[in-house]
Design a protein around this ligand. Sequence first.
Ligand SMILES: Cc1ncc(COP(=O)(O)O)c(C=O)c1O
Length: 445
Amino acid sequence: MSESKYYEIARELEKLIDVGHYPEGSKLPTHRELAKEYSTTAVTVAKAYKLLAEQGDIESFVGRGSFVKSKSHLKQAIHSQHVENEWNFSILQPCFSHHLDALYRQLGQCVREPFSPSLFGYIEDTGCLNHKECGMKWMQHYGLQVRSPEQVLLTNGAQHALSTLIELYSKPGDCIAVEALTYPGLTSIIKALGRRAIGVEMDELGMTPSSLDSICLSENPSLVIAVPSHQNPTAITMPLQRRKEIANIVQKHTVWLLEDDLYSFLNTDVIAPISNFVPEKSFYITSLSKAISPGMRCGFVKVPQSQVQRLSSYIRTMVWHISPITFEVSARLIQSGAAFKLAESQKMIATHRQALARDILDSEILSSQNSSYHIWLTLPDEWEAHEFSMTAKERGMMVSEGHFFHYDDKAINAVRLSLMAIPEEQHLIEGLHSLKRLLDQRRTS
Ligand SMILES: Cc1ncc(COP(=O)(O)O)c(C=O)c1O
């Protein structure tokens, strides 16, 4: 064979990763172990590992070894696993410290009343009317105008709502306008469905009306997707005036708006959603994932009157209906008022943690609202985002690199930090100090 030995070993390992012999996240043998197996030297194996790391197949950490990297963009961007002694600054979820005790208590109360036998069978419609009424109550509480519960459809979280709407209201090859920095779960759907994302420019108030207008003229997108409250990743909340301006642009063009507003419960004052100003051209999406639990997979979509039948029958075709049992639990939490209290207490934790983060980190490089779950941290020039996130990972801190949030995967010298996934406050404080030391390391060296 003409190829050098290290190249041969790399190709062999690549195959073993592909067939699942070494699964995602698994640790590869040490240089010495593999050298013995291939009758070669540890230096040759190190070169093979270097090649695989450059190709993005594996990642290596000094003192910890080499690991198989995930192929999924979303999995690389967001680490959902909780690992003992690590700091997960990556996933945006409620803070579970006292929340789970309160949630268990509330769930206990919920199931005391027997469930109607009809909830355990197939149901007629895409959801029970009283579950839709509760969805309506949740959305109205945070500012949405909804006339009738029939306009509320149920989904398995906001992600399911987004994928269903993109599939139904655009065609493969279509252009979809998103905020230039956006939630990677969204760009993953767009890519998986063969649509094309185009980034709308942003300023400190969110997507700009002028950029949206010119994209609508030049690219003719089927959909515009916006996250108006505590935007993921920038944490920007669009003020009312900007929301009205975006609504005017949507009104002017042949385009649907998908308004993904699952962080609206974190707003200090209720702000009218964009959808209130274009009710017949917008789908308003929310879920209980961020306020109560992502594990419940409860999403609500307010649909224009003209589209209720079309979307309902599509959901029915694809999944029959969403679990009435979990929606019954959610509906009881909303009816009793417990859901709003749980959401409020998460907002208080977020507010407290934002203040801690501002104290410990350099507030000049942070962007967020006082009650956001996360921070968008622009790195000092001394650090490049990938290197920063890898060094942080070596020290047990998971952060999400900037480029994962760019609609076109462009390098962005920033990282997103979630302040909520670490349950214990003391552990969070230690993690923030560690991050601060890492940020400063290059400045003092
Ligand atoms: C902006 C945005 N939309 C949708 C989702 C997905 O939410 P769900 O758990 O309700 O599917 C997330 C989760 O991080 C998000 O940040």
